[in-house]
Structure formats: C-alpha cells, structure tokens
Design a protein around this ligand. Structure first.
Ligand code: ATP
Ligand code: MG
Length: 318
C-alpha cells in the first residue's frame, strides 16, 4: 500500500491569552471564529442563545457545561447541521451561517460527533477515503456495496499515514463496525483530519473511551493543535479539560456564562452554580468516570442519523 507523507506538522507556539479578560464575550488576539447573537429555539425552548463568542486561532478551547447546556446545539449551528434562527458566524472573517454543512467543511471546519458516525459496513480505510476532500465520497456513498480498489494512491497513502498515527493501521481492512467505541472515536478524529481542517471541533472525544485510550486521544489533540489546527472541543472530563486547554468556555441553559483559563472558570460562582444546580457536580469527573457514564453511547450499534442527541436523551440512555 502506498504511503504518502502526511506530516505531523511542525509545532506552532501556543497563543498568549494572558491578556484576555476572563469574561463572556472576551476579545481574543487572533480569533478564527466569531459567533454573534447566535440563537436556536426548538418550539418555545431556546437551546442556544450565544451573544458573542470568539475562538482563538491555534489554541485548544474547551466548551464545557452541564447536560443540556446547548454545547452540541452550538456545534451544530457553527457547522451547519442546524440552521440558526438568527445571528452570525464568521470564520476567518467570512460569514458562514448561510452555508450548508458540506460547504462549511470545505471552508476548513470539520467536526466529530458526540455519538460516533463511523459507517460500520465500510472498512476503516474506506471510512477514511470517504472523508478525503473533493474526492469519491459522494460516489462511494451512492454505490453501497461497491468495493474500494485503492485507485487513488495519494489519498490512500494519506489515509494510511493518519491511521498509523492513530494506531489504527492494522485495522485498515476491517469493517468499522468491529472497532471498539474508543477506536471509533480515534477513527472519527483521523477521518476529520483527512480534510486538513483549519478548525477541528470535537464533541466529547473521550466519551466511552477507556483511560489509556483517553490519554492517547488527549495527546493526539495536543499534536493536532501543535501542527497548526485550531481545536474546539466539548468535554465533561475536567481533568482532561485542565490538561490540554488553553481556554475554557462554559455554557448553561444555552448561554455562555463564563470564559477564562481552566483555573478561572473553575472558580467562577456561576459555573459552580450551573453544575451544582444540575444533576452531577462534575469538577472532579475523571476519565474513568466518563468511561462508565458514556459506555452505552460508545458501544451502542451505529448511532442514529440524529447526531444532535439531546442532553435529556443522553440522560435517559445512561
Ligand atoms: N432537535 C431538537 N429538538 C428539540 N430539543 C432539542 C433538540 N436538540 C437539542 N434539544 C434540546 O436543547 C437542549 C440543549 O441540547 P444539547 O444537545 O445542545 O446539549 P449539550 O450541552 O450538548 O448536552 P450534553 O452534555 O448532554 O451532550 C437540550 O435541552 C435538548 O433537549
Ligand atoms: Mg452534547
């Protein structure tokens, strides 16, 4: 199998956010993404109502908040999987809120899903090739049962390099359905990187992942950022958030209630209240706690088309 040179790119310096105010809506030195008055309601219920939020380029930003806070909804709005009722989203200063999800992906924002979406009846490698930009994805999707024969050496090489990097190369020819929940999370991240995004958005990358694999995923996230890709990730596991985040944004009831470093946000009374008012105070959640809590979702069969599984639904599943 042909290998190409998908590099683990050179390290970029971590951005200096020391002068950024620890307050919702704080301006950043070099925002890659800027959300303004972004709102989404389902009937009378407002799931997301973000007044103003900037995401710093080349940083790792964690989006935290209790179940049902609106984190996934905000991801869906930014990436075009839901349409906002109102508001604006600028990516590299260009409006993207009017674009479809595939157009946003082509602009350079790629996301993963809270409930993994690996195509179980395709092989791991085929899943990767499907994500290659402007390639055979749609054709492959349309032709169920069609066997990939490896015509595109460049994409195949790139895919194999990424699988190698994510310790999945030995599974390349296995059906994705045979992967464990943790391996599917790895596949999702590797697949997202096939598109060489400028911004990668990971919705609960550690959910359902055992502690060892969890550590590996955290290292991958740091590597991805060091390689120049901006990372925005949703996570409930506070030690993980603390370990890798340059900046933390906390949502509750659809609103951004706090921003700052992990330490600043962790001491914010509004944040403590939001968590203590919810089901579980999760400041002490560990990777292993996260694993048991999310086991159901990770090990369940191919998740439903509705990736926008709600907090309430998730609580019911657990
Ligand atoms: N398609 C939908 N229809 C109706 N309500 C929805 C829909 N999507 C989300 N919601 C509701 O919006 C709220 C926010 O959901 P969202 O999934 O964004 O929360 P979250 O912060 O990602 O939670 P979790 O941490 O549990 O994943 C929840 O109360 C949820 O029930
Ligand atoms: Mg969610």
């Amino acid at each position: 199998m042909t290998r190409s040179s998908v590099a683990v790119p050179d390290s970029s310096p971590a951005p200096d956010l020391s002068s950024v105010a620890s307050a919702p809506g704080a301006s950043k030195p070099d925002p890659i993404l800027c959300v303004k008055q972004f709102r989404k309601s389902f009937g009378a219920f407002t799931a997301a109502d973000v007044d103003y939020l900037e995401i710093q380029r080349h940083a790792i930003t964690a989006l935290i908040g209790p179940n049902g806070a609106g984190k996934t909804t905000l991801f869906n709005l930014i990436t075009g999987f839901e349409t906002a009722d109102q508001g604006s989203c600028l990516f590299n200063e260009h409006e993207i809120s009017n674009l479809r999800n595939w157009q946003i992906a082509r602009k350079g924002i790629v996301r993963t899903f809270q409930h993994t979406r690996a195509l179980t009846k395709l092989t791991v490698l085929e899943n990767m090739l499907l994500a290659a930009p402007r390639q055979y994805g749609e054709k492959l999707l349309r032709s169920c049962g069609w066997k990939w024969r490896g015509q595109d050496a460049s994409n195949t090489g790139k895919a194999m390099d990424l699988l190698d990097r994510f310790s999945l190369a030995h599974m390349a020819d296995e059906y994705a359905g045979t992967l464990s929940g943790g391996q599917r999370k790895l596949l999702e991240m590797a697949r997202a990187l096939m598109a060489e995004p400028e911004l990668i958005m990971l919705d609960e990358p550690l959910a359902g992942v055992n502690p060892v694999l969890g550590e590996a995923i955290l290292e991958h996230i740091k590597d991805v950022c060091a390689g120049g890709t901006t990372v925005l990730f949703v996570e409930h596991d506070m030690p993980a958030v603390q370990a890798i985040s340059d900046w933390v944004v906390c949502m509750a009831e659809g609103i951004v209630i706090a921003e700052g470093t992990h330490a600043e946000v962790g001491q914010n009374p509004l944040v403590l209240e939001a968590y203590l008012g919810g089901s579980v105070p999760r400041g002490t959640v560990s990777v292993s706690d996260s694993e048991s809590e999310s086991q159901t979702s990770a090990e369940e069969p191919e998740p439903a088309a509705s990736q926008a599984t709600s907090g309430n639904q998730k609580q019911q599943e657990s």
